[in-house]
Design a protein around this ligand. Structure first.
Ligand SMILES: [Zn+2]
Length: 234
């Protein structure tokens, strides 16, 4: 069995040797960064972020891969992704980690099973929170079955320690939160998992927004919501 070829830019100079273990680690690191770039492009294409908005992270062993601050997510490149330790200190890469680093670190501390965190500014989800309308009041059955109701964390000044404090209670029970007047936070065991929650959240907000334009919207009776929540548990 031949060794797998390294993906650029990990072609080493002639004469430089690395162990098979190092080679495998470099390859895995590159694949993780490729996945992060793919999700960043999706966030940008789906209008879930604009310009340099939003940030995402992936837990790999005792380290985190994080997006840098001030980079447009539609144009992020693998080599711009930074590696930090569990306190958010820079280990590898050039640039400054995301300004919402503390939010990501808090999510991993609160939920040890979580391996991916995404923070974005989905327009309709954010608009609902500015208008003071909670997504919790308008239930879509399949959204409840896949991720429960979507609560809103109280307003906190972006990039300050108030943001991680605002999510503490809710994140213990939910995988997708609205951040009042700011955006959304989703977590998952994979990046795709966290991304799907975010996409679904904004899609649900679009459906609810459309329904509200069409006429009077009836909330789903609480007993039906309970039934859905029981189905989600099983
Ligand atoms: Zn933000």
């Amino acid at each position: 069995m031949g060794r797998k070829k390294l993906t650029p830019p990990f072609q080493l100079r002639p004469g430089v040797r690395i162990s098979a273990k190092q080679q495998a680690e470099m390859q895995a690191d590159w694949l993780n960064k490729q996945e992060m770039v793919r999700i960043c492009r999706m966030l940008h294409q789906k209008n879930l972020v604009a310009a340099t908005d939003g940030n995402l992270s992936l837990k790999v062993g005792d380290k985190l891969l994080v997006t840098p601050s001030g980079v447009n997510k539609g144009f992020l490149r693998e080599e711009q992704i930074l590696t930090v330790d569990q306190e958010g200190r820079l280990l590898e890469g050039e640039g400054k980690p995301t300004s919402e680093m503390a939010l990501h670190l808090a999510a991993y501390r609160l939920r040890p099973e979580v391996a991916a965190v995404i923070h974005a500014h989905p327009p309709l989800v954010t608009a609902f929170s500015i208008a003071g309308v909670s997504l919790e009041d308008f239930v879509l059955p399949e959204v409840v079955m896949s991720m429960g109701v979507i609560p809103t964390a109280a307003y906190a000044t972006p990039t300050t320690p108030d943001v991680p404090a605002s999510i503490r209670e809710l994140l213990l029970s939910y995988d997708a939160l609205v951040l009042e007047r700011h955006g959304a936070l989703t977590v998952g065991v994979t990046l795709m998992d966290a991304y799907n929650r975010l996409e679904k959240m904004e899609h649900a907000a679009l459906i609810i927004f459309s329904a509200l334009q069409l006429g009077k919207v009836q909330p789903l009776p609480p007993r039906e919501v309970e039934k859905l929540l029981r189905l989600k548990m099983t």
